[in-house]
Design a protein around this ligand. Structure first.
Ligand code: BDR
Ligand code: CA
Length: 309
C-alpha cells in the first residue's frame, strides 16, 4: 500500500479525502497535519481531530501547522465551509490528544521513522510543506512525490485566475513547486469534473452508519454553496478527494505532464499556477496534471468507502 502523510485544512472536501484514505487498504495514512486555510488554524486542527474521532482512527498522530501563510495575512473560506469549517454535521469532540509537535516536526519524525519513502498529500495551502522543505532539506529524498489539490490551468475559483489553496499562500506554493520533487496536481480543471450530484448525495444518505450519516450532512451543506448559477454546476465539485482517488485508481484519470510554476507578483494574477501545456518554455516537466476523470467510478468509490464504516 501507499504510505502517505495528509496535510489538510478540513474543510468538507478535505474530510472526504481523509475518509477515502482511511477506508481503502491501498492507502496507509501515517500522520495528519493541518494548515490554516478554509478556516483558522485552531479550527482546522480541531476538525481533523473530530473527523478521526468520528471514523475511529484516534491512533493516527495529528499535529497543527503554521498559524499564517508565509507572507500574506490569512484569508479563510467561511463562505464555503461555514463558521466551523465543517458546518452541516454534528461531529464528536476529539477524544485523543494532539501531538506535542508542530506539523513540520511530525512530518520529519514520520519520514525518519519510515524505511520506505512516503507520499505527501496536500489538500490545503502549502505553508507547512514549504516550511518543512526549508527546515529539513535533508529529508527531501524520503518524499516519493507530492500529490496536491490546488491551482488550475486557465481557471480560478477565488479570483478569475487563482484557485483558493494557492491564493492563500502563493509563496509557499512557489517553493514547493520548485523543490525538484515529483508533483501530481489536481487542478480545478479536473475537480470541477468531479462533481457529486444531488441524487447521489441522497443515495449516500441511505447508507446506515454514523460516518455516512455525518458525511451526508457535510455534502448537503457543501452542495448548497455550489448551487449558485454563476458556477454552472449540476452538483458540488469534490476537489480534495481527487488526490486520494488518483493514488488508488490512477487509471481513472487522464493526465498530462508539463512544467508548472506559480505567479507571485502579478497585479491581477498573484497565485496563478502557470501551466506550460504546449511546452513553450522548454522547462522540465515537473508536474503530472490531472485533467479528466471517470466521474461515475469516483463517486462510486466515495459511496463504497462510506459503506465500510
Ligand atoms: C480548495 O479550496 C478549499 O476550499 C477546498 O477544501 C479545496 O482544497 C478548492 O479550491
Ligand atoms: Ca482543502
Amino acid at each position: 500500500s501507499t504510505k502517505i502523510i495528509l496535510d489538510c485544512d478540513p474543510g468538507h472536501d478535505d474530510a472526504l479525502a481523509m475518509m477515502l484514505a482511511l477506508a481503502n487498504p491501498e492507502i496507509d495514512l501515517l500522520a495528519v497535519t493541518t494548515s490554516a486555510g478554509n478556516q483558522t488554524p485552531e479550527k482546522t486542527l480541531h476538525n481533523a481531530m473530530r473527523l478521526l474521532t468520528l471514523m475511529h482512527h484516534q491512533e493516527i498522530p495529528v499535529a497543527g501547522g503554521n498559524r499564517t501563510p508565509l507572507l500574506k495575512p490569512l484569508e479563510t473560506a467561511g463562505n464555503v465551509h461555514g463558521k466551523s469549517g465543517l458546518d452541516g454535521a454534528e461531529l464528536p469532540e476529539p477524544d485523543f490528544a494532539v501531538q506535542p509537535l508542530t506539523a513540520i516536526e511530525l512530518i520529519a519524525q514520520t519520514l525518519r521513522a519510515s524505511a520506505d519513502p512516503i507520499t505527501l498529500v496536500v489538500t490545503g495551502p502549502m505553508t507547512n510543506i514549504a516550511l518543512f522543505l526549508r527546515v529539513y532539506p535533508e529529508l527531501k529524498a524520503k518524499i516519493t512525490q507530492i500529490v496536491f489539490m490546488g491551482g488550475a490551468m486557465g481557471l480560478g475559483n477565488w479570483t478569475p485566475s487563482v484557485e483558493f489553496n494557492i491564493y492563500v499562500d502563493p509563496e509557499a506554493a512557489k517553493i514547493v513547486l520548485n523543490a525538484g520533487i515529483p508533483l501530481v496536481m489536481a487542478p480545478l480543471n479536473v475537480t470541477h469534473k468531479a462533481q457529486i450530484m444531488k441524487p447521489e448525495i441522497e443515495v449516500i444518505g441511505h447508507i446506515n452508519n454514523p460516518v455516512a450519516h455525518a458525511f451526508t450532512g457535510l455534502l448537503n451543506f457543501f452542495e448548497l454553496y455550489h448551487e449558485n448559477p454563476k458556477w454552472g454546476f449540476q452538483g458540488a465539485p469534490l476537489h480534495d478527494p481527487c488526490t486520494i482517488a488518483w493514488l488508488i485508481h490512477p487509471e481513472w484519470f487522464q493526465t498530462e505532464k508539463m512544467a508548472v510554476d506559480v505567479e507571485t507578483t502579478g497585479e491581477l494574477t498573484r497565485g496563478e499556477t502557470v501551466c506550460d501545456y504546449y511546452e513553450l518554455t522548454g522547462k522540465p516537466k515537473n508536474t503530472e496534471v490531472l485533467l479528466n476523470l471517470n466521474r461515475e467510478a469516483f463517486i462510486q468509490l466515495i459511496a463504497d468507502s462510506l459503506k465500510t464504516f
